[in-house]
Design a protein around this ligand. Structure first.
Ligand code: ADE
Length: 286
């Protein structure tokens, strides 16, 4: 019978061993950098970087604005590993490839994962530049069967039917609020529900109105798969969405959204996100 693409435990173990043999850091914190937010990885001290193409069996990233390296280093005195550039389903990657780095991080010893992304604001109170702490997500492809855990379950990672009611750790969310206060960002902070859509097309007006009606605050094309796989293998997770544009809810053809706008929001808030993340890392007790 056909089954979905998957990596064996041994494949993932081989990748993590490859990295551990070449790197002296032993991070317990993993960070996935979203569109325009990869600059965080460049701020790490004592960097050891692995371009994706140098890692055996690792996928290679394709979108502009995403660099494609695994960067180990020290942030706020703690060892961390950053994905500088992630893999998206809309690029054509299988869910196995999209989420492979999370399982590699697990075998590297990562216990806490922070996920960041650039997202569209659906909540009409949100303005570009706001930073949303992800409280929960709606995994649209998953609701229709394209869940990253589809396929044979590997009990070494986690259970067949993992709970997702507490996907985004409440204590870490509180720490994010505390970190935001420390760096004077409280006025720009929101907390809400992220909807994951497959992309790459942005939403129609009707789709955005639908998302708003069901309680979505921000919409994007990433994050939920990685979070599900991280929770499946027992990691603690928190997530941040940088609101890069306001969803267009009106039938007005003069209003347009483009990818450069998304990257521009990243540039404007990049330094703020970096200080927010470094303050969060300070507050995580390992
Ligand atoms: N990423 C950034 N803005 C987005 C939007 N409006 N929809 C989906 N993904 C996005």
């Amino acid at each position: 019978a056909d089954v979905v693409e998957s990596y064996s435990y041994e494949d993932i173990e081989a990748i993590s061993k490859f990295l551990l043999e070449r790197c002296r850091h032993r991070p317990k914190i993993g960070i996935i950098c979203g569109s325009g937010l990869g600059g965080l990885a460049d701020t790490l001290q004592e960097q050891e970087a692995f371009p994706y193409e140098s890692i055996p069996k690792f996928p290679v990233s394709t979108v502009s604005g995403h660099k494609g390296r695994l960067v180990f280093g020290v942030l706020s005195g703690k060892a961390v590993v950053c994905m500088q550039g992630r893999f998206h389903m809309y690029e054509g990657y299988s869910m196995a490839k999209v989420t492979l780095p999370v399982r590699v991080m697990k075998l590297l010893g990562v216990e806490t994962m922070l996920v960041t992304n650039a997202a569209g604001g659906v909540n009409q109170d949100y303005v570009p530049g706001d930073i949303m702490i992800i409280k929960d997500h709606i995994n649209f492809p998953g609701l229709c069967g394209n869940n990253p855990l589809r396929g044979p379950n590997n009990e070494k990672f986690g259970p067949r039917f993992p709970a997702m009611n507490d996907a985004y750790n409440a204590k870490l969310r509180a720490s994010l609020r505390a970190a935001a206060k420390l760096c004077g960002l409280s006025d720009h902070m929101k907390e809400g529900v992220y909807a994951y859509l497959g992309g790459p097309a942005y939403e129609t007006v009707a789709e955005l109105r639908f998302l708003k009606a069901i309680g979505v605050d921000a919409v994007g094309m990433s994050t939920a798969p990685e979070v599900i796989v991280a929770r499946h293998c027992g990691m603690k997770v928190c997530g941040l969405s940088l609101i890069s544009n306001k969803g267009i809810m009106e039938y007005d053809p003069s209003l347009v959204i483009d990818h450069s706008e998304v990257l521009e929001a990243g540039r404007v808030r990049a330094a703020d996100i970096q200080s927010l993340v470094s303050n969060l890392v300070k507050l995580i007790d390992e």
